[in-house]
Design a binder for this molecule. Structure first.
Ligand code: APR
Length: 248
């Protein structure tokens, strides 16, 4: 049925794994001002504060009770078994897609478990928390590694590849994202414009501005495995009436 699938995930797909989202009730932004911890200016102003914010999230990611959930695993199955083009794009900086078995994905907002040399832009797997002594090995003198995170005002990664895939796709699935941050929030418009079927999976009911043709209300961990199974069986979204609630 489908030949080219693009999947976009947001913090909601990791919520059932114990990773806090940004804008839900006890979201990450409730405790911090975005401009203080997620902008180049904030880092310039107070690198220690920004390092503390990311070191805390990196520690949380390493705790043993944070595991990939059935939604991550279902997307890995889709990547492995779907015989058409498949691209997974995540806004998440955790490595739960990889822990769930995904191998080919684009972390468009960067990765929590990596540091980046500010001069060469070379990335390094994080082996210790960010700090004045955590420096690159590619420069003389060595440079203090910065979080390999795309901050507000910086260009997300992989945009050319993502745009190409969106223009070719016949199915676009967004999972666990509030659709409030561009350019990711605009991906559905590109997919719709190029004739794809578009569906979003979200715990919250769709708002009236939703551009998605279909909306699945519920937990990603419950819905994504059923959606992946149906897509792999060659079913179209229309034939999934029992699973889909069409946006009115
Ligand atoms: N299953 C499905 N959806 C869920 C679940 C769940 N278990 N839990 C929460 N959600 C939904 C919420 O209803 C919300 O729409 O996930 C979405 C999370 O939204 P945000 O917290 O805004 O996260 P996200 O959309 O990924 O944010 C995008 O904003 O701050 C930047 O860089 C940051 O990548 C992030 C970007």
């Amino acid at each position: 049925m489908y030949r080219h699938i693009v999947v976009l995930t947001g913090a909601g797909i990791s919520a059932e794994s114990g990773i806090r989202t940004f804008r839900d009730q006890d979201g990450l932004w409730e405790e911090h001002h975005i401009e203080d911890v997620a902008t180049p200016e904030g880092y310039e102003r107070d690198p220690e504060l920004v390092e503390r914010f990311y070191n805390l999230r990196w520690e949380q990611l390493k705790s043993t009770d944070v595991k990939a959930n059935p939604a991550h695993e279902a997307l890995a199955q889709l990547e492995a078994e779907f015989d058409g083009d498949f691209l997974l794009v995540t806004q998440n900086v955790d490595d739960l897609h990889e822990r769930g078995g995904s191998q080919r994905l684009i972390h468009m907002h960067g990765e929590l478990n990596k540091g980046r040399c500010p001069r060469s832009r070379q990335t390094f797997l994080l082996r210790e928390p960010f700090g004045p002594d955590n420096v690159c090995t590619c420069c003389i003198p060595p440079q203090r590694l910065r979080p390999h995170i795309v901050w507000f005002g910086e260009m997300p990664f992989g945009m050319d590849r993502i745009h190409d895939a969106l223009e070719r796709c016949d199915l676009f699935i967004a999972i666990g994202t509030s659709g409030t941050v561009y350019p990711a929030a605009g991906f559905v418009d590109i997919a719709n414009h190029h004739g794809a079927q578009t569906v979003e999976v979200n715990l919250a009911a769709p708002d009236r501005h939703s551009q998605f043709q279909w909306h699945l209300t519920g937990k990603a961990g419950d819905i994504v495995p059923r959606l992946v199974k149906a897509v792999l069986q060659g079913k179209s979204l229309c034939s999934l009436a029992d699973v889909l609630q069409e946006t009115d």
